[in-house]
Write a protein that binds this ligand. Structure first.
Ligand SMILES: C[S@@+](CC[C@H](N)C(=O)[O-])C[C@H]1O[C@@H](n2cnc3c(N)ncnc32)[C@H](O)[C@@H]1O
Length: 224
């Protein structure tokens, strides 16, 4: 991907709403140095519940949600600096006070967020990574579900949307294997819309192509 013009300066200009940095596979060793718990009540100046989006892309979803729900604090995570910058600049342009961003891979989230601090996680159109050799990178692989379990508070839940049926089925199986309870399964969101659905950039594109959107809600049950 073409590196955006003035990316470093633009990232620096978003320091008030973003923390972290690109951690590619090459410099993943640096992750061990991060000890930067975010203090949400201080950052947001309130004790509102925290919702976390992982893989936020250009930020259409998190900005839409933040505008609709001023009583919730949103944290959006994206591993690619070149992409998260668009989300950060959008949140600033829209004057949103209840959004913060972390530029990091989901693998290192426990270095930024303490256990039990999140009440909802969103996975929107995560890369399906169909090749078997990449299964461990899928954001619903058991290694990620264990991280999400630790971040979620009692009663917390995860909402997932995807256009990829094979990835959806893989996710259902992965949640079941890890002892999560699935409370909602929808295999055609257009036919079963729910009030308040905020459409992501990828969702918009897939809907325009007439593709079905799959959705689930899961809660970490008792650890097996
Ligand atoms: C297909 S895009 C979807 C973007 C957005 N959620 C949407 O629905 O339009 C997936 C995004 O997840 C990010 N991503 C993939 N793996 C990630 C990981 N391990 N940690 C953080 N972000 C990740 C990618 O960089 C990409 O921007």
């Amino acid at each position: 991907m073409h590196r955006k013009d003035n990316l470093d300066a633009r990232l620096a200009a978003c320091e008030d709403i973003m923390t972290g940095a690109d951690l590619t596979e090459k410099n993943m060793k640096k992750a061990a140095e991060i000890k930067a718990y975010l203090n949400f009540p201080v950052l947001f100046k309130n004790d509102a519940p925290v919702h976390l989006e992982i893989g936020c892309g250009k930020g259409g979803f998190v900005c839409g949600m933040a505008a609709l729900h001023p009583d919730i604090n949103f944290v959006a995570v994206e591993k690619v600096s070149n992409v998260i910058i668009t989300a950060c600049e959008r949140a600033k342009a829209e004057g949103l006070k209840n959004v913060r961003f972390i530029n990091c891979p989901a693998e290192v989230l426990p270095r930024y967020i303490k256990e039990g601090e999140v009440s909802r996680i969103y996975l929107n159109f995560s890369d399906p990574l169909p090749k078997l050799g990449y299964a461990a990178q899928r954001l619903t692989n058991p290694r990620f579900l264990n991280i999400y379990r630790s971040l979620l508070c009692a009663g917390g839940e995860l909402w997932q949307k995807t256009d990829n049926e094979a990835f959806f089925d893989y996710s259902l199986q992965s949640f079941a294997e890890c002892g999560w309870e699935i409370s909602e399964v929808c295999r055609d969101l257009a036919a079963n819309p729910f009030e308040g659905n905020v459409i992501t950039e990828h969702e918009q594109k897939f809907m325009a192509e007439g593709r079905k959107i799959f959705r689930l809600v899961a809660r970490p049950g008792v650890e097996s």
